[in-house]
Design a protein around this ligand. Sequence first.
Ligand SMILES: Cc1ncc(C[n+]2csc(CCOP(=O)(O)OP(=O)(O)O)c2C)c(N)n1
Ligand SMILES: [Mg+2]
Length: 601
Amino acid sequence: MVRFLAAQHSERDGHRQRVVPATFGIFGHGNVCGLGQALEQDEGRTMPYLQPKNEQAMVHAAIGFARARHRLATFACSASIGPGSTNMLTGAAAATVNRVPVVLLPSDTFASRLQGPPMQALDDPAHGDLSVNDAFRPLSVFFDRIARPEQLLSALPAAMAALLDPERAGAVTLSLHQDVQGEAYDFPQAFFAERTWTVARRPPAEEELSAAVEALLRARRPLVVAGGGCVYSDAGDALRRLAEGHGIPVAETSAGKGALAGDSRMSVGGIGHSGTRAANRLARQADVVLCAGTRLIDLTTGSNTLFEAPGVRFVGLSLANFDARKLAAVPLQADARIGLERLADALGEAGHRPSDEWLDEVAAAKGDWRAALEEDRRPREGERMSQHQVVQALNAAAGAGDTLVVASGTPHVDVHKAWDTREGALVQMEVGYSTMGHEIPAALGVRMAQGDEGEVYALIGDGTYLMGHTELVTAVQEGLKITVVLIDNHGYQSIHALQRGRLDRSFGLEFSFHVDYAANARSYGCAAFEADTPEEVEQALEAARAQELPSVIVCRTEPHRLMLDSECWWDVGVPEVSTRPETAAAAARSAEGRAKMRWHG
Ligand SMILES: Cc1ncc(C[n+]2csc(CCOP(=O)(O)OP(=O)(O)O)c2C)c(N)n1
Ligand SMILES: [Mg+2]
C-alpha cells in the first residue's frame, strides 16, 4: 500500500504531482505492526510520515492541503482500531461534505476471528462482520474493507479513481483488518509502477450550453453565485471575462471566497446569511442566477428565501449532475472554467451587451455596503475593540502569497462578509461542515502545500481553540510555521447571539473561567502575543511574521458586539411552545421568515 500510494500522480493542464506525498498517523496496536512497520521500513524515502496529536486533526490537515492543491493531491491518514479510527469520522464528514479528497486508513478487527472478540471493537450479537468502521460508509465516497492482501489489487486503483474524480471527491476509506495488514502476497511488479491519473476538464454538452445561453440572453438582472468549484478549477479569469464583459455581478459562497480574485467592479462579495448586503440586495432582484460550482446550502440561499424575484430562473454549472439540477436549474454539467469560458464566448457571439440599469444598481449596492461597513468599523465609547477591527487589521497585514483559514463561529461570518480579497491573500473557508477545531490542523496542511513562502493564518474563536489546539504541538515539532489569531470573547458568542435573537435567552454559552491562552501557547513552544487595540494587533502580526516559530496572537474583543448583519434570513429550529413569553414571542418571529421560503423545483 505504501509503495503503491507513493507511485500515484495526478495531472491537470500539464501539471503533474504526487497524489499522496505524505502520510499522517497515530499508532496503536491495530496499525503499529502493520502499516506502521511498512512506513518505518520505508524510512521516509518514498512516503514521509508525520505524527499528529489527534486523529480527527490529521484529516483536517489533509483537507487543508488538498484544498490548497485544488483537490489534485492529499494526505493518507492511518489510525488504530476502535477510537483511533472513529476519531476520524468528523474529518471524513468534513471531507465528503466539502467534496475534498482524503485517504483514510482506519484499522479493523481480525479477519480470522480466531482471537475472540478483540478489545476496542463492537461485539454485535446479530452481525458477525459489523465493526465500528462501518460508520465510515455513509461518510465516504469509496469504502472497502480489506480482508485479503490481494484485494488491494482492485481496491487501491478504485480508491484512486474515486479520489481524483472531481464530481464525487471526498473521503476514500480502506478499512484494514489488523492481521491482514501484516499478511504477504506476491504482487505483480507492475502494480508499483508510476501511474498518472489525468484529471480532464469536461466540456458542456452543446444542447445544455444552448439552453444556458438562451436563459442568460433573456436575463435583465443576471447574477453569478460562485462556489468552491470555481476555485478548484482555477476559473478566476473566466469568471472575470464573463462578469465584466456581460455585466453580471459575481457573489461568492464561503468555499468560493476569492474565486473572482483581484479588483473587479463586478465583485459583490459573499452571498447569503454571512454575505454582504450588496450581494443579497442584488440576489433579491436577480431574474437569472448562474450557480457555478456550488452546492447551494441553506446559508447561501437564506434557507430558500433570498431569490425572491417572481419567475427567477437558475442555470446550474457543475460537474455534478446532482448539483447542476438543484432549484430546477437549466443544467450545464461541465468543468467550471470551461463552462464559464463557453458561456462568455457564446454571449459575445450573440452580441450580448450589459444592461446599464443593472450596472448602476450593482454600483449603488456596493457603494451603500462599503459605507455601512465603514460605519460599523468605528470604535465605540467604553467598549473593547471589535472583532471587525481585528479582521480589518489582519486583512491589511495579509498579502499576496499568504493564506487565511477560517471555519466556524463569528470568524467565518465576518471574513465572508468583510474580508477584501483584492489584497491578494488566499482565503480557505470550511463552512460546508463548519467544524470547530478544523482551522489549526488545516493551516498545517496549507503550510505543507505552500512551502516556506508567505504566512499561513488561522482566525479562530476561543471556543474553537479550546476544542482543538493541540496541533500547535505538531506545528512546533514538524517546523510548520502558522500564525493563529485567536479572538478571546469569553464564549461561544456566535451561538449566543443566535440564542438571544431567536429565544431571547442566555444559557450555556459563555465561559465562567478565563484561560490564559498566551501562557498555554507558550507551553507548547509557540511564540505568543496579546492585543487589546487594533494597533497592538498590527504590531503582533508584524512580530509574528518575523518569527520562525508558530505564533498565537490573543485578541481581547468586545464579547457581544457583532458585525452588522447581512439582511438575509436563515432558518434554525425554534420551539413552537415555551413557558417563557419572551421566548415564545422571539420564536414566533421565525414564522415570518419561514413564510418567505420558496420552492423553486
Ligand atoms: C465541532 C462543532 N461543535 C459545535 C459547533 C456549533 N458551533 C458553531 S459556532 C460555535 C461557537 C464557537 O465559539 P468560538 O470559537 O469561541 O467563536 P465565537 O462564536 O465566539 O465567534 C459552536 C458551538 C460546531 N460548528 N462545530
Ligand atoms: Mg468565542
